[in-house]
Design a protein around this ligand. Sequence first.
Ligand code: CA
Length: 233
Amino acid sequence: MNNSECNILIVEDDAPIRKLMSTTLKVNGYSYKAVSSGIEAERELTAYKPDVLLLDLGLPDMDGVEIIKTLREWSELPIIVVSARSEDDDKITALDAGADDYLTKPFSVNELLARIRVAQRRLVTAERKNEPEPIFVNGDLKIDYAAGTAYVEGNELQLTPMEYKLLCLMAKNVGKVLTHTFITDHIWGNSLESDVATLRVFMVSLRKKIEKNPSNPQYIQTHIGIGYRMNRL
Ligand code: CA
């Protein structure tokens, strides 16, 4: 998708930040629309039909999380939430509600553009979603879902059922930040094992098997205090 074909809706009540985002998108050839309230956001989500949503969580008339919840009832639109460092809990709530990614204020122009590129790649992945995709390929990593096997550089990985489940969950949500709660709910349901410490142990053992350098992982990135994301290589 070309930048000019990508319509981005900016929802931000802080005028200088809204201006920074608008200018950055304009300079980089994106199509965009900028609004400053939740009411306007809800209107433009149906009228403007954006491809990506940049959403401030602290809006004057509405909680950004409410917008995400309503939107997720009918749309898979990539959502990047924008929040202050002091709003870490809100960020996690937003990701749990279905946001894809986040930016912490203050952020650089390069960070903003990088997040948008991830969202654009997710759009391409989502377009392919309806076609049967029995084989997942990302860099040197390959998962054969039908066979239940995974490979790195053509070598079959010896994964435990739990590691395989974790790898598949990350792969199916490639490009998206998954919170600890999202992952543990999907892997363990509500069982006793479902805590962050256990998840961390499984992540360490999975990384040893898939990463060239587990202390500097390429595939699965840690978001401290929040969760993990599989990068699209
Ligand atoms: Ca705000």
